[in-house]
Design a protein around this ligand. Sequence first.
Ligand SMILES: Cc1ncc(COP(=O)(O)O)c(C=O)c1O
Length: 426
Amino acid sequence: MPGYFSKNTDGLKIDGVPAEEIAEEYGTPVYVYSEDRIRDNYRRLRDALKERYEKVRILFSAKSNTNLSILNILKDEGANIDTVSVGEIFLAKKAGFDPDEILFTGMNLGDDEIDHLLGSDVKINVNSLSMLDRLLEKEVPSSISFRVNLQKGAGAHRHLITAGKNSKFGILEDDIIKAYRKALDSGVKNFGIHTHIGSGILDTDHHRRATEKLMDIAGKVKEKLGIGFEFIDIGGGIGIPYEPGEEEMDLEKFSRDVLTAFKEKSAEHGLGDPYFCMEPGRYIIGDAGIILTEVNTVKKTVSRKLAGIDAGLHTFIRPAMYDAYHHMIHAEKSKGNVETEKYDIMGPLCESSDFLGKERELPEIQEGDMLAICDTGAYGFTMSSNYNSMIRPPEVLVSGDSHTAIRESEDFEDLEKKQKIAEWLG
Ligand SMILES: Cc1ncc(COP(=O)(O)O)c(C=O)c1O
């Protein structure tokens, strides 16, 4: 947990603001983000990359967090944005991103989505030969890139690996010349190339190897078709340490290894000086957010002590979906050295998988106490749901000593908003 979230005997603070103050004002559960930490994460990555190569573009991966205030912060920092749906394009534009700062990498598009996409003027990253044909039938975009399935992925969980022999993502190397040739013959003028091998990767070798492979494929396209690349995009995927004691990725090594490979391969294949692009989500926003949640139940099973909280898998699904570990902190004031006990932390849903943590060593928990679930800024709110007719929580942004709601809590009316009762039911 970075210094922006600090715990002492007075309880937990987010930057200069006590967690207690936030819980009192906005209720629990609540997502809380540190603006300084977001900016700091972005700048650290940008500086490490730019130190070795000037033409760097960082596209924030919107799927990790689409709150408009968060997008505004990243726009302000100079980020571009990676989107995977027309809904994300809508939000990116609302946050002020220009069409040429938006890259779209969605798949399985309906006809109206294709129309929307073409009408939105964003850069299009094509996921299949079928998608290319359907785009070209309607219009020739001025710029196209292809997502290549490098057939070797990596990731912190099998569901986080996005390349491989039977992956649903991207175009296989064997088809890539065909894809670029078709686009070229149809009159496309500007090209990029893209891959995204997976998420939660802490070992820098995976990205280095993916960069080398992608550059070799770009080289082949250049050699066969004479295409020059405006950008080469290696996707996102940089992991963050979720468990105490886990080492963070060595950013210096990452930047050195990946950009050395990029520059050497650029020279080897005569690719000139294309933009080097990355699409981090988790690295920018993951550890900049926490959930504050109140314990309302303490009970026992045959062999466990359970603490029941007001956040569940509807609030934050990563533990249930990916078996993900998210560290938890007892956010209350304490007297210093306190005894700890093991607890399973259960959510309120009628669902056996609704646990946010198992066997967590925590100071004695009383009903009414507050816990913080750490590193929940990425794939947190964007993956939340109304399952069990639960309402989604508010989101709060902290900047220094100030805080404000950047999304209000839903209420019961939201649960029925888009529903109607069939007329024949009276
Ligand atoms: C195409 C693409 N780019 C970027 C990302 C962001 O990944 P991460 O949050 O691991 O950096 C994803 C996540 O799945 C993705 O699918």
